[in-house]
Each structure stands twice: as C-alpha cells, then as structure tokens.
Design a protein around this ligand. Structure first.
Ligand code: FE2
Length: 190
C-alpha cells in the first residue's frame, strides 16, 4: 500500500541522507527550507497548517534529484519526483518537486515534457511559495532577490545551456510567481 505522507522531519532526514556528499547543494536546500518556514509564517492565514507542511517538506526535497542514488534522466526535478513517488510520498509533494521553479520549460527543451507530465502541475500559493523560496536562496544557502538569483543561475549554467535557451519563457513565469507571493505577503501584513 502506498503511504500518503507529508512528514517534514522525514523530508529533512531524507534530504540530508541523500545530499551529504553534495555540501553546497545541502547548504542551498537547508536555506530554502528555512526560507519556506519563514515565508509560510509570514503568509499567515493564507497558508493552512497542512499546506505549510507541504511547502516545507517539498523545500527539503526539491533538489534530491541531484543525488547520485536518485539521478536517472539527469533532469533533477523529474528524477526527484519519480524517486519520491517510488518511495510512497504524497502525490502533491511529488508533483511540487517535479514542477518547482519553472521546470516545465526546461523539460520541454530537454525532450522530457511527456515524462514530466506524469506529475500534474499545481497552480496554487503552495506551489508559488516553493518556487519563491527556491528563487530567493542562492546556491550557497544565502538569501538573494529573485533577479539576482536568475542572473547567477544563467552565468553558472552558461549562455548555451538549456536554462538559458528557455530563459525568455521561464523568467517571466518566475517573476509572476514572485509578484503573486509578494502580493500575499503584503496582504498578510497590511
Ligand atoms: Fe533549489
């Protein structure tokens, strides 16, 4: 029987076990999880306790696809989501991991859009909060703004990378996501 669980502590433990050999990725992951906790608290009633757990668990798990035991296609959102599905994680967590930070655009250029479609893309504040947390924490775990993060990502991946090829589609999507989250943050503090 498939377990349908959203266990934040288990998500953290799994991420730590898988990413120990990738210290910078682990630092980034811990930073994104901390950012997610802070963000969900700041969103107040806009985020239910169950959804807070979903965002934070997905934040811990979003980059496990980079770990050697998880890597399969080499596209980390898809590899992470498939690994979690196989381990019996909740379908929404798997799908959040699959689609974090505009993964659908990169999947298209890599010819993996059919594979990514195994997981439905959730359009919600939960999904937005995960992407916002990821896009406001740099590779070393430090806080950055969304535009700085995207500029750094492009220089890290290179001008001919898959990320660069879809940047004209992905960047506006991520900026729109950030605007929605910041609107909710504004409402929560108004
Ligand atoms: Fe990330």
């Amino acid at each position: 029987m498939v377990r349908q669980r959203v266990d934040v502590a288990a998500a953290r433990d799994l991420a730590e076990a898988l990413l120990t050999d990738l210290p910078q990725r682990w630092a980034h992951t811990a930073g994104v999880a901390a950012r997610a906790v802070e963000l969900c608290a700041a969103l107040g009633p806009a985020m239910s306790p169950a959804d807070r757990d979903r965002v934070v668990a997905a934040a811990w798990l979003h980059d496990i696809g980079y770990a050697d035991p998880v890597r399969d296609t080499g596209f980390h959102p898809l590899d992470g989501a498939r690994f979690l599905r196989g381990a019996g994680w909740a379908a929404r967590i798997n799908a959040l991991v699959a689609h974090h930070s505009g993964a659908c655009y990169v999947a298209e250029v890599r010819g993996l859009h059919h594979e990514l479609a195994e997981f439905p893309r959730e359009l919600s504040l939960v999904a937005d909060a995960l992407t916002y947390a990821d896009q406001t924490v740099g590779p070393d775990g430090t806080r950055v703004d969304v535009r700085t993060r995207m500029t750094e990502m492009l220089s890290r991946h290179g001008a001919t990378s898959d990320n660069a090829r879809v940047h004209h589609l992905r960047a506006p999507d991520i900026l729109a996501t950030a605007a929605r989250v910041e609107h909710h943050l504004h409402l929560a503090t108004a």
